[in-house]
Design a protein around this ligand. Sequence first.
Ligand SMILES: [Zn+2]
Ligand SMILES: [Zn+2]
Length: 260
Amino acid sequence: MALPFVIDRAIRGLARAGRLLEDAILPCGCRACDAAIDPDERDFCETCATQLANCVARAYCGRCGEERHEYLLHDAVCTSCKLGKRPLAWRSIVRVGRYEGPLKSMILKFKQQYKLDHVLGRMLADAILGRLNPSEIDAWTPIPMHWGRRLVKRFQPTMLLARTAVARWGGSVEPLLRMTRYVEPFHVRPGLTAKDRANEIAGAMAPKRGLAIMGRRICLIDDVTTTGATLREACRVLKDAGARSVDVAVVARAARGLRD
Ligand SMILES: [Zn+2]
Ligand SMILES: [Zn+2]
């Protein structure tokens, strides 16, 4: 091996190590857009903080998750749900905000690298505490990831989120579900219709052997939901296995019109 090549590699290695060290010691930029921010500021730059406040502040129905003006909600439930007009797979839904702007950027980043689990987990914990009583949930279950994908990615975003969020009240994270076959992630195929998604995910999840589901109150955790196909299938599997109730908690939910 030629000496210049060895030196060049050594330098690049050192530079990489330096960058890692810098990341560990120095405060990062804005969590959403990476803009340089004052270390005294919190996680976001001013622009992202404003946009984020707007996307998490909207009122939504705690049953179906649709955004509604506060005046159109009764006990945090929309009229259609109140009248029982909308059959739902879950008992209630909690979400941090709309799948747009800085929240969307953070989720997309989080799916690639596990840097943002603390920020997103903290936001999810706040959202859950605002709507659910954690003592009424027996198990917090992340939406599963196929083992082949986990092997490639080396981490499971929904598991990290669940762990970080429920650590706040010492909840029990139990991966009660498994994928029975590989389903290519929906977020990398935005052209899929709601029907396509439902068809693709149908039968792709099963209860994990040896773990208790019967008679338990379970809350599913996911990072993002667009049409809700994955969550509906997970709810169906848990209910078929005898779950007493299933609630869902997601970081972001696509608003009507934004879904693909
Ligand atoms: Zn920003
Ligand atoms: Zn509703």
